[in-house]
Structures are given as structure tokens and as C-alpha cells.
Design a protein around this ligand. Structure first.
Ligand SMILES: [Zn+2]
Length: 651
């Protein structure tokens, strides 16, 4: 028998399904009161003498138990855990305890939602996920049950979705105190409660159901439920030790292997991942005999921030001051840099603190780059309104593919034409999804890299970002008419990235250099070759602009371009000399003499720059992924900040 709870104008009503019809039980009867030995008798009576009959299609189904007395989510499929660990680069070998006792945590009965209800994203989460599970509902009260008694006490089964905020879960798991905001946002039960006699079971008593999970009609996982390592009887028996279970208590099976997004992540190949759930995504979960739930995910307001506590064991935080001199004050906000040309500056120029630009023509304007997250971009777009109200944004140029220049694209007016070099468009298509950047804020990556990344990336909000692809691309150069004004785009890459565009406004003598220029902070070579970056500096000098806005750091002029060119000259010299001495790249990077460039912020990027140079000299140099390079930069930074203590003299 299949029991449902549905909404009416007078409150929730309980019924039994009969084909496409619902045979209602008398008003005021809740499903939870019926659970127990008399459940089927009540169902039979409703089928023969219904208090009311309504079409299933005409009602809104609620969760069969809209407020269960308790909700436990278990981990019955160990393969789910193995796959999750593999996804984030951890060992799939489980600790022995996983084989000794079943695992469960208490979820939140107050956030149970129905089978077709919208699901709010967990506030502050950029990694929202679903988990297809089977829920078992307790029919008879009892404690200290044997697995057989526990199995016999199950009133029925329902689909169960454990909505999960993976980033919050990753952060909270480091506290080793259990599940909290990563798991308590929503749990779906429905569409109906099915009595065990209606379902197929394997010879060992486990439900044997085919299940399938889809997002927006695309298959995510399809699997079977009979491979449970721990049966419902066993986990319920375990939970009942010394505890009275109540009719209506719900037990989730844990994710059926493959039926969530996390298992399909590969931290070594983030670009292949489909991305986490976003506003508007439709998740449908199906199980043989249990029906289908189909829900739309909805964005929510950001959470109220909490200030971090001071860490008494942390080394004193260094003041980060950009050391470059500048004729224009280096303060956050809009600065006029020429006739009808402005820079939007964002000190201090470190990771993600990037500059944008605005060029106004007659009744039109062009934006150079967006910012790293949606709040920063929204703030910038509102800050430039005194100009764009008069000269609406008609164009936006993305100088290169890095997120601190592209993540805000979705906030641009739809009518603005977004332009980028073809190499940039390609890199945007193939790089990892923007919200995966949250990994830098929440993952435990060891004692050196974790604090380094939290320090550098901890203040951004990577939620809700959908990359806006360029509307128009070009190869090497493009001239754009912005309200009668000529603006020249030149792709001088590959250097910092696969393609690096500079934006030249000849009539104002202003050049926006994108990340071909870091001023007072250290450039980083993600693509190279270094010779190309040096050539790009010469090409920029050749444009003769009197005012130069870098991608990071204060506004500069030709001297700023020369400083970056000379930095690379110095790096090539240092790297080549180290190579000639037979040093490996790490020895070269850790022993480098940075000379006058040591005062530039983020000096540790020397690691990546020397690595690139070594790869140019010698192509057999081992390939390192970004996490490995960040690990070495963190180590370089740690050593530079706190030189290794001298070994104590032996006593
Ligand atoms: Zn940048």
C-alpha cells in the first residue's frame, strides 16, 4: 500500500493511493498516528470506504511524514564513502571502525520538504549537492532491538534526499564534532510511504531497487540498493541500543553509490566536473516501487557573517602594503585616469584584488574586466553608475580568463557585448568551474598550505557564479568603436595566461594592461613563455601611453612596464644560472636572490616563475598541477616569514 499526505485548504490530509486516485482517511487522521500494526487495516478501510476521493493530479503532495519525530541519516553503502574520498584526492582505504559499527548522524526534522517542493540552497554554500537515498520509517516503538526485530518494525519505505552543502561539510568536518550546517538545510521525503509487501527484497532482506538520479534531465547516477554493507535492520538495531525508537522515526540509507554529484568530482581534473547545483537546477530522483521526487533548487540570501576568533597560536599577521609609488592615490574605487577614462582600483593587488577600467564614448561605454566575486562586481558596477547612467555599458572586454577578471560577467547588462581573445574564451570553457575555487577556502590541505590559502583567498564569496561566455572573440587585434571613440584591443599573450589582452585608448594616452602588469606585487607566469612576457612589455612600451592601469596594483606609467620587464630579465638570469650549476628547480626557487623585487607582495610566486623557466629550458621537468605549485609557494612563504630556527647546540 502507498500512503500519502497532501495539502488541503484545511490542513494536511492522509490518504491511500488507488491508481491515479487518493482515497482519503477521515479528516484529522495523520499518517504518524496510523503507523503500527493497524496501518494496513486503516488503509484497507480507506480503499473500500473512503472519507473522500481526489485525483492525485489535483493535489499537492507533502512529505508523507511532514515532521517526523526524529531523522537519522546512516552510511549503509561504504562504496559511497570510498568514492567521495577518491573524489577529493584522499585514500579510499577505510579505517577499521567503518567495518565495526554502522555510522549515522541526526538530521533536522524541521527542514523536511515534500517531493515537489523547491529546495533552498544552504546559505553561504557554493557546493550544493543532493544524495539519493532510501528512507525506512519505524512503525512500532521499541528499544534494544535485534536486527530481525528492527526489520520487522519498519512500517514502510520512501525516497529520501539528503541535500548537502559540500563546502560547509568539508569545513565542519575539520572540527570533528559531527554534521551541522553542511547537512541540516533540507531533507526530502516522498512521494509516498510504501509498505514493505509492495517492494522487492534480496535474499538477505535488503531492498532490491533500481534507482536513478538526474539533474536537468541529464543522468548523474544509476545504481541498485541491494549492495548495502549495513542493512536497515542492523543500523536500526544499533540506534535502538538504550534508546526508545518512536513510530515515525526515519532512517536514511546513505547515498546509493554514484547517486550524488560529489562522487563524480575528480580533484585532479576539476575542469571535467559538471558543477554543483545552482538556482533553477531541477533534480529528479527515482526508485523502483518508490516513485519519483522532482525539485527545483533555489538561491537564498547570504548568511549573516560571524567574525573569526583570534587564534592565540597564529604567528602575527604581516601588514600587507603595496610598496609601489603612484601619482594617483591607491585607494579602492573609481579614479579618473584620462579624459572620459577611469580605473576601478582594488588594493592591495594580491590574489583576487584586481583592477577594472571604464572608457566612456558618446552614449556608450566599455568596461575592462569584471571582478573576482559577485559582491565585488556588484559594488563596482554601482560605483561606476555616475558614468554608465550617462553612457550605458555597450561593451565589456575580458583581458584574460582568470576568475578575478571574469567571475562577475553575469552581472553585466545582457545588451553589453562581451569581447575576449579566442584563447581567453577557450580557457574559460576548459578551466574549472568558478565555484570550485571555494576549495581554497574549505579544504584541509595540510598545515602549511591551508593557512596560506585561507589567508589569500578567505575573503571572497564564490557562491552563485555562472561564467558569462564572450559574445565576440578575436585573435590578435580588434578595434572597437565605443560611442565614436576608438579603443584598440591587442592580444599579447600567451604569457600570464593562454591569451592576454591589453586595452589601449589612443586619444587619452591610457593603457589597461590586464595581468601583463602587476605593480608592487609579483607577476605569476601561468602559461609563458617568459620571453613572450618580456616581448609583451616591449610592445606595451611601444604604444607610448602616458598612463598605465595594471591588472593588479596602483596606476603606473612606462616605468612600471619596465620594472616588470626587468623582473623577468632577472628571473631568467637567476634560473639559468641555477640550472647551469646543476640545481633542481626547487633548489633554484628556494635559494633565489630576489634583489630589489623581494619587497613586492606575493614574492613566493617566484616558485611558479622559476618552475616555468625550468620547463622552458628542459621539457622533461616534471609537470606539477596548481595544488602542488600552491603547496610550494606556501612553503616558500612560510620559510621566508619564519626562517628555520638554528639547531640547538648539542648538550
Ligand atoms: Zn588577476
Amino acid at each position: 500500500m502507498r500512503f500519502v499526505t497532501y495539502a488541503t485548504a484545511d490542513g494536511d490530509r492522509t490518504g491511500v493511493l488507488n491508481g491515479d486516485l487518493i482515497h482519503a482517511l477521515p479528516e484529522g487522521t495523520s499518517l504518524i498516528e496510523l503507523l503500527g500494526p493497524t496501518l494496513r487495516q486503516a488503509g484497507r478501510r480507506a480503499l473500500t470506504e473512503p472519507a473522500d476521493v481526489v485525483a492525485l493530479a489535483d493535489v499537492t503532495l507533502q512529505a508523507p511524514l511532514p515532521r517526523p519525530p526524529s531523522l537519522r541519516d546512516c552510511l549503509c553503502f561504504l562504496d559511497h564513502l570510498r568514492a567521495c574520498r577518491k573524489a577529493v584526492g584522499e585514500s579510499e582505504t577505510l579505517e577499521r571502525t567503518w567495518y565495526q559499527i554502522p555510522a549515522f548522524y541526526f538530521a533536522n526534522p524541521a527542514t523536511v520538504v515534500g517531493p515537489y517542493d523547491e529546495v533552498p540552497l544552504s546559505p553561504g554554500s557554493a557546493w550544493f549537492d543532493f544524495e539519493l537515498e532510501i528512507g525506512a520509517v519505524i512503525g512500532t516503538a521499541g528499544r534494544d532491538l535485534t536486527p530481525e526485530q528492527a526489520e520487522d518494525g519498519i512500517a514502510g519505505y520512501t525516497l529520501f534526499c539528503d541535500w548537502s552543502a559540500r563546502d560547509l561539510q568539508s569545513l565542519e568536518s575539520q572540527l570533528r564534532i559531527g554534521q551541522a550546517k553542511g547537512k541540516d538545510g533540507a531533507t526530502t521525503l516522498g512521494p509516498w510511504l510504501v509498505t514493505p509487501d509492495e517492494l522487492p527484497f534480496g535474499p538477505d532482506g535488503r531492498p532490491a531497487l533500481q534507482v536513478r538520479a538526474e539533474v536537468n534531465g541529464e543522468l548523474v547516477g544509476a545504481s541498485r540498493t541491494d549492495a548495502m554493507d549495513w542493512s536497515f535492520g542492523e543500523v536500526i538495531s544499533y540506534a535502538s541500543r538504550g534508546v526508545e525508537l518512536q513510530p515515525g522515526d526515519v532512517f536514511g540509507s546513505g547515498t546509493v553509490p554514484g547517486c550524488c554529484l560529489l562522487e563524480h568530482l575528480d580533484i585532479g581534473d576539476l575542469a571535467a566536473f559538471r558543477g554543483w547545483l545552482k538556482d533553477g537546477d531541477v533534480v529528479s530522483l527515482r526508485a523502483e516501487g518508490l516513485g519519483e521526487v522532482r525539485q527545483t533548487v533555489r538561491a537564498v540570501a547570504p548568511p549573516h557573517p560571524l567574525a573569526a576568533r583570534p587564534d592565540p597560536t597564529a604567528p602575527p599577521r604581516r601588514a600587507r602594503v603595496n610598496p609601489a609609488a603612484s601619482a594617483l592615490p591607491y585607494t579602492k574605487g573609481l579614479h579618473r585616469v584620462g579624459e572620459g577614462v577611469w580605473a576601478w582600483l582594488l588594493p592591495d593587488g594580491g590574489y583576487g584584488w584586481s583592477n577594472a577600467g571604464l572608457i566612456a564614448g558618446d552614449g556608450a561605454s566599455l568596461l575592462v574586466d569584471t571582478l573576482y566575486d559577485l559582491p565585488l562586481t556588484a559594488e563596482m558596477l554601482s560605483g561606476i553608475r555616475p558614468v554608465t547612467d550617462q553612457h550605458p555599458l555597450s561593451h565589456a572586454v575580458l583581458t584574460h580568463a582568470n576568475g578575478d577578471h571574469t567571475h562577475g560577467g553575469q552581472l553585466l547588462p545582457g545588451s553589453a557585448c562581451v569581447i575576449a581573445a579566442e584563447g581567453t574564451a577557450h580557457e574559460m570553457r576548459t578551466e574549472m568551474a568558478p565555484e570550485l575555487t571555494t576549495a581554497l577556502q574549505v579544504m584541509d590541505l595540510g598545515p602549511t598550505l591551508t593557512p596560506y590559502l585561507r589567508d589569500r583567498f578567505g575573503r571572497f564569496d564564490f557562491g552563485g557564479i555562472r561564467l558569462r561566455a564572450p559574445d565576440r572573440t578575436f585573435d590578435r587585434r580588434l578595434t572597437v568603436d565605443v560611442g565614436g571613440r576608438e579603443v584598440c584591443l591587442l592580444n599579447l599573450g600567451p604569457a600570464h595566461t593562454e591569451a592576454d589582452t591589453v586595452v589601449h585608448v589612443p586619444d587619452a594616452g591610457v593603457l589597461f594592461a590586464g595581468d601583463l602588469l602587476f605593480i608592487g606585487c609579483t607577476p605569476i607566469v601561468w602559461s609563458g613563455p617568459l620571453a613572450n612576457w618580456i616581448a609583451a612589455c616591449d610592445a606595451m612600451l611601444g604604444l607610448g601611453a602616458s598612463t598605465v592601469v595594471p591588472g593588479h596594483g596602483p596606476v603606473t606609467d612606462a616605468d612600471g612596464i619596465r620594472a616588470v620587464r626587468d623582473y623577468f630579465g632577472h628571473i631568467v638570469e637567476q634560473a639559468d644560472a641555477a640550472y647551469a650549476k646543476g640545481l633542481d628547480f626547487q633548489e633554484a626557487a628556494f635559494g633565489v636572490d630576489l634583489a630589489q623585487y623581494a619587497s613586492w607582495l606575493d614574492a613566493e610566486r617566484i616558485v611558479v616563475n622559476i618552475y616555468r623557466r625550468y620547463r622552458e629550458i628542459h621539457a622533461d621537468q616534471a609537470v606539477l598541477d596548481r595544488f602542488a605549485l600552491f603547496g610550494l609557494m606556501a612553503e616558500w612563504d612560510r620559510r621566508r616569514q619564519s626562517p628555520a630556527p638554528r639547531k640547538a647546540a648539542r648538550l
